[in-house]
Design a protein around this ligand. Structure first.
Ligand code: BGC
Length: 251
């Protein structure tokens, strides 16, 4: 079965059909810059454009959102247009796209994909994934089951919102060196370790591709194992499709 997964990010909207059995993309991923302003109508237009490119997939579509998403309704929007807050995104997208749409938090989607096919596969106990991108997202699993909509990217670190110090965007904008930025990420992971005592922390987001440049610094600051995500920046698309596939075949 192939399902279309869409990942709405602060800078780009990505989509691809996903083979549900193995989490592999069935076609090359398409990316379109996130429109400014990132209003619901503008974002739906981009998603429609991506969906029209993959006519082979019909049926439900999985969509990630960079904010709290409960039962398809958006509750927070730190890095996208505030018009999304308290907006029923799932109903809106279903109407705009003419097919059922499932909407979940982007980090939760990435975590689901990593737990099924990536770095968290078969790991029991508490696993935390953080995504480093425009913001910082988090996904928490206990014995493989997600506790949705955690927001550890907004923990306070050194008196500031963690993502304003340690997101990948901050590294780029402030032109921080890998060591310096790695230490900032390490502080976030150390705080998480203190609060949750996880068995494993997975670092996701596109920058996880360059894990060798900053992960040793992060690892030196905590005792628990910290590993890079394996699906890297495809995890959101894959996780979105996995969630939509469950919608398609209710248990
Ligand atoms: C949002 C999270 C999201 C993360 C990554 C944060 O600012 O509050 O919900 O997962 O950014 O996009």
């Amino acid at each position: 079965m192939q399902i279309l997964g869409i990942d709405i990010g602060g800078s780009g909207i990505k989509g691809a059909p996903v083979n549900i059995a193995d989490g592999v993309l069935a076609a090359e991923r398409q990316r379109i810059p996130t429109p400014t302003p990132s209003s619901p109508d503008a974002v739906a237009g981009v998603i429609k454009q991506i969906a029209d490119n993959f006519p082979g997939t019909n049926g439900p579509i999985g969509i990630t959102f960079p904010g709290v998403a409960k039962n398809g309704r958006i509750l927070t929007a730190a890095n996208v247009d505030p018009a999304w807050v308290n907006f029923d995104a799932a109903t809106f997208f279903s109407a705009k796209l003419g097919r059922p749409a499932v909407v979940i938090n982007d980090a939760d989607a990435a975590g689901i994909a990593e737990m099924r096919f990536g770095a968290g596969r078969g790991i029991a106990g508490t696993v935390v994934l953080i995504t480093l991108g425009t913001g910082i997202g988090s996904a928490v699993f206990l014995d493989g089951k997600l506790m949705p909509n955690t927001e550890f990217g907004h923990m306070e670190v050194r008196g500031k919102d963690a993502e304003t110090r340690a997101a990948e965007r901050v590294r780029e904008e402030k032109d921080l060196g890998w060591e310096e930025w790695g230490a900032r990420v390490g502080e976030v992971v150390a705080r998480l370790a203190f609060l949750l005592n996880p068995d494993l922390v997975i670092i996701g987001g596109g920058v996880s591709r360059k894990a060798d440049k900053f992960l040793p610094v992060v690892q030196s600051m905590v005792k628990l194992p910290v590993v890079p995500a394996q699906l890297q920046n495809q995890a959101g698309v894959v996780g979105a499709a996995l969630v939509a596939a469950e919608y398609a075949v209710p248990a």
